[in-house]
Each structure stands twice: as structure tokens, then as C-alpha cells.
Design a protein around this ligand. Sequence first.
Ligand SMILES: [Zn+2]
Ligand SMILES: [Zn+2]
Length: 141
Amino acid sequence: MNYKNQISNISEILRENDISPSLQRIQIYKYLLENHTHPNVDTIYKALVDSIPTLSKTTVYNTLKLFQSKGLVSVLTIDENEARFDINTHVHGHFKCINCGKIFDFEVQDIIINPKIKQENKIIDEQLYIKGFCKECLSEE
Ligand SMILES: [Zn+2]
Ligand SMILES: [Zn+2]
């Protein structure tokens, strides 16, 4: 599904996942689609409150939790202080720059773990986090 289709189909996507597509939910989902920056609750709230004056941080938080419970977003805990939200729920790694704070995606084949873990347990979330200095920060030195 291409990006334009995704935008116009947000209410459908939500309905398919048993979520009633309120304006606020649609806007939050749209924001995540358009901003692959792994935003936190605060960032999403600040970006949307001008166009949705009735929005509260609690609504943003609850909506994200709802999306998460339906597998529509994944939650990153790479940041010690705050949850970050990611609409890309395919397995991929995250690099966090400890200088500028930017978090970006990178492709991974499969996170290599002991196969026994997968046979004996049910895995619902796999995360690969790497921290360091990004190339932009390195080139400024
Ligand atoms: Zn950086
Ligand atoms: Zn990501």
C-alpha cells in the first residue's frame, strides 16, 4: 500500500482493527505516518493541539496505547525517560545518537537469538537498540 493510499484509508485501517475512527485518532495516526521520527507523547500533542484544541496529552497517550494493543504501533524504550512511538512495526533496529538525540531506523535481517527462546516461548516484541554518535555529529567535531 503506498503512502497516499494509507492516508486516505486511515479510517478503514482503524475500523479493521476494531477502533472507531474519531477525528483525534485519525489525526494521531496520520501524524505517525507522516513523521517517522519516533515521536513521544509531548511531540505529538504539541504538533496537533493547534488544529484539535480539545486534544489532551492523556488522549494522545491513551490513543497510542490503544494502537499498541492492536499492533498498529510499537513502543521504543531506547530513551530512558520517555516512550517513543513507531508506526513501522516490522522488525528493524534503532540507532540513537547520544549527542543530538536523534533516533533513526536501520534494516536488520533477523535479530539473531538462540532459537530455543523462540521455540519455548511466545515472543511479542523484538527490539535492537544501538547508541553512539551519528555521522552528522561526528562531522562537526
Ligand atoms: Zn547526532
Ligand atoms: Zn523505527
